[in-house]
Design a binder for this molecule. Structure first.
Ligand code: 13P
Length: 250
């Protein structure tokens, strides 16, 4: 699985160019699921442009509420109007810049599951947390918040993205071994509660994944794909990542 998180980038014009490039180059990709997550204002536009392609649509966030007086928010029902199969939640930028808590993100997780929209649930540690040896405590705590509100079955068919915050947009990537260690921890944590769910949950790596490091990262046993920021904004780079994921899934 390769998901492009476009963050707050793009325009009607640039999105058309990007998608045309992706659509033209994606021909041979049939093993990996490809997802694009535009800014919410472009969901309708992208929805129309990827009709009749293998590309799936994801949002970058969702409200924990169903509807009502929540100015500026977007409900899961609205996402479903545009056939959003996925929504990112808990991105570190939402956690850090918009003070989203583990508990709020857990509510969003449950809201998505109840509406049969697949969460791409982002977790990850800050640099000082890694340096203090707290990586497993942090990602464990982030997962426990969901388990406190729901149960292990909420993770059935959901997607987890491990994104070490120090690797996001910095050009610094976790080494394949560093990433694998955390992915394996996450899978084992879920497997203790339900072996099947632990095995089938897709765990993506995010944090400066690009065309040159993707193959090595995806060669690790517990890395099932990538959540890509910067490199998802250029069709050639994104296609190279998709091709590598396709080859890894063969
Ligand atoms: P970069 O790929 O730009 O590091 O961003 C990763 C990310 O935040 C994806 O959600």
């Amino acid at each position: 699985m390769v998901a492009g998180n476009w963050k707050m980038n793009g325009s009607i014009e640039s999105i058309k160019i990007l998608l045309d490039g992706i659509k033209q180059g994606l021909g041979e990709v049939n093993n990996a699921e490809i997802i694009v997550c535009p800014s919410s204002i472009y969901l309708g536009e992208v929805h129309s442009q990827i009709k009749d392609t293998v590309i799936s649509l994801g949002a970058q966030n969702v409200s924990e509420h169903a509807s009502g007086a929540f100015t500026g928010e977007i409900s899961v029902k609205m996402l479903k109007d545009y056939n959003c199969k996925y929504s990112i939640i808990g991105h570190s930028e939402r956690r850090t810049l918009y003070s989203e808590t583990d508990q709020l993100i857990a509510k969003k997780f449950v809201t998505l599951c109840e509406a049969h929209t697949i969460p791409i649930f982002c977790i990850g540690e800050l640099l000082d947390e890694r340096e203090a040896g707290k990586t497993e405590d942090i990602v464990g705590r982030q997962i426990d918040a969901v388990l406190d509100l729901a149960d292990i079955f909420a993770f059935k068919n959901s997607v987890i993205a491990y994104e070490p915050v120090w690797a996001i947009g910095t050009g610094k990537t976790a080494t394949p071994d560093q990433a694998q260690e955390v992915h394996s921890f996450i899978r084992k944590k879920l497997s203790v509660l339900d072996a099947d769910i632990g095995e089938q949950v897709q765990i993506l790596y995010g944090g400066s994944m690009n065309a040159s490091n993707v193959a090595q990262l995806l060669s690790m046993p517990d890395i099932d794909g990538g959540l890509i920021g910067g490199a998802s904004l250029k069709s050639a780079d994104f296609l190279a990542i998709c091709a590598a994921a396709n080859a890894a899934a063969e």
